[in-house]
Design a binder for this molecule. Sequence first.
Ligand SMILES: NC(=O)c1ccc[n+]([C@@H]2O[C@H](COP(=O)([O-])OP(=O)(O)OC[C@H]3O[C@@H](n4cnc5c(N)ncnc54)[C@H](O)[C@@H]3O)[C@@H](O)[C@H]2O)c1
Length: 248
Amino acid sequence: MAYFDLSGQTAVVTGAATGIGEAIARRLAKAGARVAIADIDAGAAARVATAIGADAFPLQVDIANSESVSRAFAEALEKAGRLDILVNNAGIAGKAAPLWEQSEDGWRHVIEINLIGVFLCCRAVIDHMRERRYGRIVNIASIAGKEGNPNMTAYSASKAAVIAFTKSLGKEVALDGICVNAVAPAVVRTRILDQLTPEQIDYMCQRIPMRRTGEPEEIAAVVHFLASPDCSFVTGQCYDASGGRATY
Ligand SMILES: NC(=O)c1ccc[n+]([C@@H]2O[C@H](COP(=O)([O-])OP(=O)(O)OC[C@H]3O[C@@H](n4cnc5c(N)ncnc54)[C@H](O)[C@@H]3O)[C@@H](O)[C@H]2O)c1
């Protein structure tokens, strides 16, 4: 018997063209799911889908744009016929700087992608999942959403909101066969770190008791359980993948 088997299921993973999202997409495909590699970067999404093989297809989407999200999810549903899993992974760090050096546009941009994007993607699948009385939604938050990293006010606020959003939505669909959970990673070495200064990355690493960064595959392992039918009595929760950094 295979645990966490996803045979016959379809997953949409946003931000799957690189980093944590790519590792999640590869892991879900390996477990038997057909995976939509949903990303704003169409070329990179196509490359990852090709590398995964017949179990994956690229899906161009800007998660901050409601028209783009509606179009993309309609396309995914048409291609796959069913959507069982949504992993809201796409996100940006924004500018690493104190509040007094943040522009309104820059701040709003982070909220638009990291928070409104999660809302739009969940709204795009929720009717379908409720009708089928099955769904697994996994939102990638961050330890910054629990602790608040200095110089990352927009990012920290957006990720705290994603954790609260997860708890709210989890309760709304608790009787519909849908489980909604979040994962809060600490620092994982991906391209998102290019948006930060070395000092900012040092600050974050020093707070990890395991004294190392995480690997994208270590986040994907946690997501895999939460995306599977085995996750049947767990909803509205936030799981840390933080090398012990979180204290609650
Ligand atoms: N890497 C870390 O240290 C870390 C820590 C905690 C949480 N996270 C979270 O994990 C998630 C993935 O992070 P990562 O490190 O792999 O990032 P990354 O920058 O390596 O990849 C992000 C992906 O999202 C895509 N993307 C960006 N904006 C988009 C949009 N508007 N629509 C669709 N796709 C878009 C990018 O094209 C890219 O492929 C993010 O939500 C991030 O906040 C990362």
